[in-house]
Design a protein around this ligand. Structure first.
Ligand code: C6P
Length: 409
């Protein structure tokens, strides 16, 4: 018997319990950011109420408590992705900063003119623009893995794309615009054969289930706390310790040094050498609490629930005449995201009408303009689900889309 009850779980998330435009809120913008359980809010609040101090600096009780909670949180987040050691987890502002850290540090030292960086058409701009900037500064070249009509990576040409000039393959774990789950392990195996490193944009990947970075066989894994029940402004970069040790700091300042002389400085141990300045202490502690919260849930049942929701959403939305769903047809190949268009109705208008019904979705290019171009659209509407969504909410979405259909014909 299932012990996971999404209706009961909703009580953990205060934000969900409200009316928007006179209707009970249906929050389907989870790929943008998830709602936060009370357990996370309480931990962040308790930190500010009782333990607020700077970390790794003061020799006093509050600083000791703050430092302990901050480092414990690092260990929890490391555990969620099965890092070998918590020192392999660098705190960042989020996925975007984690990827920029790799581009600015490892990239600037290891990518040279004529080198190649392989990316995919599916990428969020966070996993494209940093590589474009790097390519421009170094004279390297970007090469692309294309997608098929269902938004799945076309790995057929991979043997031609990868060669001795390939220094990095940067790929998302799960596409935020289409929900495609990418075969990261397979890509990593192919990349290793030519000696390239692999960076995974895990912004949508570490969210729905634990990740095993060691089993994936990748070199960098970047992810954000706010998409998995944690606060905004905190995320992490994972890399093996030796790799982090081989890299130069990304930013200079307090906390990241060992000794400072007039003309040179030496660096603190990893991960601290990448964490210049006062960090987002409350955010990190909240991220740890988010992982604690997620760890209390029955993972298999949560995954089954999200799959059922997706299958139901695909069925209900797929039955609306003129509605086109983008991305893989098979629920097995996609995560909890449904991107769609409806004839001439602009996605922004769809979103506005749904908002008047209390339903929150995202409309736009989803920071994935290459995906939009691939399908010849400027935008899609996107409903994205999380563990607390219900089939009744899918019904509310589908019923309201019928209304949109009525308006636009
Ligand atoms: N996608 C969305 O609505 P940050 O903003 O750094 O936490 O995450 C950036 C990011 C990187 N990669 C992927 C695959 C993502 O989905 C995101 C964030 C949000 O789809 C906001 S644009």
């Amino acid at each position: 018997m299932s012990s996971f009850d999404p209706v009961a779980i909703r009580r953990d998330f205060p934000t969900l319990d409200q009316q928007v435009n006179g209707k009970p809120l249906v929050y389907l913008d989870n790929a943008a950011t998830s709602q936060k359980p009370r357990a996370v809010l309480d931990v962040v609040n308790a930190y500010y109420l009782h333990d607020n101090a700077n970390v790794h600096r003061g020799i006093h009780e509050l600083s000791r408590r703050a430092t302990e909670a901050y480092e414990e949180a690092r260990a929890k987040v490391a555990g969620w992705i099965n890092a070998a050691d918590s020192s392999e987890v660098v705190w960042t502002r989020g996925t975007t900063e984690a990827i920029n850290l790799v581009a600015g540090s490892w990239g600037m030292d290891n990518i040279h003119a004529g080198d190649e960086i392989v990316v995919t058409v599916l990428e969020h701009h966070s996993n494209l623009v940093p590589w474009q900037l790097l390519a421009r500064r170094t004279g390297a070249k970007l090469r692309y893995i294309e997608i098929d009509d269902q938004g799945r990576l076309d790995l057929g040409p991979l043997p031609d794309l990868l060669n001795e000039r390939t220094k990095l393959v940067a790929v998302s774990h799960i596409s935020n615009s289409l929900g495609t789950v990418n075969p990261v392990r397979e890509i990593a195996e192919a990349a290793k054969k030519v000696g390239a490193l692999v960076l995974v944009d895990g912004a949508q990947g570490a969210v729905h289930a634990r990740v095993d970075v060691q089993a994936l066989g990748v070199d960098f894994y970047a992810f954000s706390g706010h998409k998995m029940c944690g606060p905004t402004g905190i995320g992490a970069l994972w890399a093996r310790r030796e790799l982090l040790e081989s890299m130069e700091p990304y930013q200079g300042g307090g906390e990241m040094i060992e000794f400072v002389e007039r003309d040179m400085s030496t660096w603190a141990e990893v991960p601290h050498k990448f964490e210049a300045g006062t960090p987002n202490i409350a955010g990190a502690i909240g991220f740890g609490a988010a992982v604690d919260y997620l760890a209390t849930l029955p993972a298999d049942e949560v995954a089954a629930h999200e799959r059922t929701l997706m299958a139901y959403a695909m069925e209900r939305l797929g039955a609306i005449p003129g509605l086109r769903i983008y991305g893989p047809e098979s629920v097995e190949e996609r995560s909890a995201v449904v991107s769609f268009t409806m004839g001439d109705a602009h996605p922004h208008d769809i979103s506005t009408i749904l908002d008047s019904e209390g339903i929150a979705i995202r409309a736009g290019h989803h920071c994935a303009q290459l995906v939009m171009k691939r399908y010849g659209v400027s935008a899609t509407a996107r409903a994205s689900f999380y563990l607390y969504n219900t089939e009744e909410e899918v019904d509310r979405l589908a019923d309201s889309l019928e209304v949109v259909k009525g308006i636009f014909g």
